[in-house]
Write a protein that binds this ligand. Sequence first.
Ligand SMILES: [Mg+2]
Length: 153
Amino acid sequence: MYFEELLKSIGDKPIRVYLDMDGTIVHYDVGVAEDFDTKRPLMNRVNCVKNIMNKMKNVSFYILSIGHEDRHITQKNQWLDEYLPEIPKENRIIIVRQLHGQLSSADIKKNYINNLNTKDQIVLVDDDPRILGALNKENKNNALIYKDSVLSD
Ligand SMILES: [Mg+2]
């Protein structure tokens, strides 16, 4: 398992992995931003996460996801309750962004990661190059930044 080996190479220190949902652990059709509770799970990736949870006690998993409406937060939590209940509610960071708000999703996630006050090693896994690029450009916590495909094979 590639991601497990990669996390092991960081060492024994505490690691926080922040996982995106849409396109990372959930199948997402472009333009279908609704019914998040019934979207298809990418099971090889979900199982990769579960496997690492069981094996590596220094690794904590978080969700870092954005929705446009309050009901999307409920739907995403329902999805997590069904497919990844091992991630506790307090580790699920699901932020509502108004469609025409000031900040882009990339800035919201970048700011969230940069404002974390922790000595733990932060790891972000996301499929959106705008998010990965924004954090790569301004990365105050020296987060390790990975594309979603790091979870496969
Ligand atoms: Mg995504």
